[in-house]
Design a protein around this ligand. Structure first.
Ligand code: PEP
Ligand code: MG
Length: 582
């Protein structure tokens, strides 16, 4: 195969060069064949073999999830194993093969589709929640019957690059600590969940690469260039050499920034800001420490909810938050209440189809409608706050009233805990994410209800520009440095300061090199980004003085076009940091 280049959206830093492992999950075309009487036994054996193979695969996945994420997370796979053991499914498939002289694929599909239909029509949310398990089992077993490649992410023993059409949030966790060194997906934009996870794991990725899974074969050497969003398939010798050279340069660049890891984020004129890390899996607190984070600026708690069949209990959550509080001490950790919805679906809340999930039942909207679920989480956070320095943050606040209600809930939970003599931090700070334009516009009023703000630029950009953050087709509209977005950020920062509270940014923008001088100059108090970006942000802050930063921010706010902002910020960055390290 000759060298081919694909373009996509780069996510992360650096390059990966390794053989590809392809996982394609297209809709399966189910063959329908009449079989002769003599072939029936063979067909039954084929079905039994596929059943065994699928059960073994599921058990393997269960064990590997148990190892990396614990028994609870692994129990999700039990539900799928049970589908395969159900006589109603197995016996009925065999009966159809025998009675109708039909091939195993068609017989099994008929049976499982009618079970899915029955679940769908049941109007019982517990049953509806199980549809995904049936669908996963259907795809896996049919793929095994048809001898197709596995639909799951295979474990690999050597360094490999995963090329996949779509990756569910719960699956990204499989990549943590694995031998995968790069990621290519057909779906996803720069701030989609997949992108954020890949950056957290320091995994170079290119997303939104159309049709790549269909035009690539397993084991082909590929290069993932996350810096320019390019995938090179079967690279020519000279291209490979070039990339090897760049890889070395990249290692030097990392050294240059890494030097700032354990130093404070203080400007040349002695203004100190905080540089924290975002995290999602409890294990990532180690990454945060490794990269010198001065706290956790955002702990996304959704995975506790979406990886499981049941809601996480108070004590399960308490253990996780307590561990983080202890580990990150003396620094603080901001625990964001569950932000389920948007592109982070769970079995628990999403019984109903929503045509616009990003504009729908998401985050605090769910929490206020289901106070028991939110209260359980708040109890766990508050109890854990006794063991370190925790803060509570509410996502997707669009109105100041939502914040008032959320705070009232915090107060109620505090009263309960006092009555139970449970210790907690009485002075725990409670803040809001500013990620919906209405919250930014009313940020003065909102600030009066908060102890701090954290600006979620990922969502703020998508909602300001009405461009889905995960859709590569509108990626040209979803632009970080659009003046409309910058003005909202500046206004939110000023509002926070006017009302005497501190303000951070925990969206991906905080970790972009070009953005750092501008955000610093706008008066930001805290930057929170994926762990690997912490030393980079510190180094840039340490190379600046506030006068320069303010002047950069002021000039940036005068532009009317994204392209003007970006080229100005790039030029200024080149003056601050040696160009070869940008
Ligand atoms: C954001 O929207 O910027 C943010 C940090 O939250 P999330 O990416 O989890 O939506
Ligand atoms: Mg958000």
């Amino acid at each position: 195969m000759a060298q081919v280049i694909y373009k996509g959206i780069g996510s992360g830093d650096g390059f990966a060069i390794a053989p590809a492992v392809i996982v394609h999950r297209g809709e399966l075309a189910i063959p329908q064949n009449t079989i002769d009487k003599e072939e029936i036994d063979h067909e039954l054996t084929r079905f039994d073999d596929a059943l065994n193979m699928t059960t073994k695969q599921l058990n393997r996945i269960k064990n590997s999830i148990a190892k990396s994420m614990g028994e609870d997370a692994a129990s999700i796979i039990d539900a799928q194993i049970m589908v395969l053991a159900d006589p109603a499914c197995v016996d009925e498939t065999k009966r159809i093969i025998q009675k109708k002289n039909i091939n195993a694929e068609y017989a099994f599909d008929t049976v499982i589709q009618s079970s899915i239909e029955a679940l769908r029509n049941s109007n019982n949310s517990t049953f509806v929640d199980r549809i995904q398990d049936f669908q996963d089992v259907r795809t896996r077993l049919l793929a095994n019957l048809m001898g197709l490649k596995h639909q799951v992410i295979p474990a690999v023993e050597n360094e490999s690059i995963l090329v996949i059409n779509h990756l569910a949030p719960s699956e990204t966790a499989h990549l943590f600590g694995s031998k995968y060194v790069g990621l290519v997906t057909e779906a996803g934009g720069f701030t989609s969940h997949i992108a954020i996870m890949s950056r957290t794991m320091d995994l170079p990725a290119v997303l939104g690469v159309e049709n790549i899974t269909e035009n690539l074969t397993d084991n082909t050497t590929i290069i993932v260039d996350s810096m320019i969003g390019q995938v090179v398939i079967d690279p020519e010798e000279k291209v490979l050499k070039q990339y090897e050279k760049q890889r070395k340069l990249y290692a030097k660049k990392m050294e240059f920034f890494f030097e700032a890891r354990d130093k404070p984020a203080v400007t040349k004129d002695n203004i100190k800001v905080t540089v924290s890390a975002n995290m999602e899996l409890p294990e990532e607190v180690l990454l945060a420490e490794h990269y010198g984070a001065e706290g956790i600026g955002l702990f996304r708690t959704e995975l506790l909810y979406i990886q499981k069949e049941d809601l996480p209990t108070e004590s399960e959550q308490f253990e996780v938050y307590k561990q983080i509080a202890k580990q990150i001490s003396p620094h603080s950790a901001i625990i964001r209440t569950f932000d389920v919805g948007g592109d982070k679906f769970g079995n628990i809340f999403h019984q109903h189809y929503e045509p616009n999930p990003f504009l729908g039942f998401r985050a605090i909207r769910i929490g206020l409608m289901h106070p028991d679920i939110l209260k359980t989480q708040l109890r766990a956070i508050l109890r854990a706050s006794h063991y370190g320095n925790l803060m509570i943050m509410f996502p997707m606040i669009s109105l100041p009233e939502e914040m008032t209600l959320a705070r009232e809930m915090v107060e109620k939970v505090k009263e309960e805990l006092r009555a139970e003599n449970q210790p907690f931090d009485e002075n725990i700070q409670v803040g809001a994410m500013v990620e919906v334009p209405s919250a930014a516009i009313l940020s003065r009023e909102l600030a009066r209800e908060c102890d701090f703000f954290s600006i979620g630029t990922n969502d703020l950009i998508q909602y300001t520009l009405a461009a889905d953050r995960g859709n590569p087709r509108v990626a040209h509209i979803y632009q970080t440095y659009q003046p409309s977005v910058l003005k909202l950020i500046k206004f939110a920062i000023d509002s926070a300061h006017f009302e005497g509270i501190w303000v951070g940014v925990c969206g991906e923008m905080a970790g972009e090199m070009q953005a750092v001088p501008m955000l610093l100059g706008m008066g930001l108090d805290e930057f929170s980004a994926v762990p690997a970006r912490v030393p980079v942000i510190k180094k840039i802050i340490r190379s600046l003085d506030m006068k320069t930063a303010r002047q950069i921010a002021e000039q940036t706010l005068r532009f009317t076009k994204h392209s003007e902002v970006i080229s100005y910020l790039n030029d200024r960055l080149a003056e601050i940091i040696p160009e070869k390290y940008i």
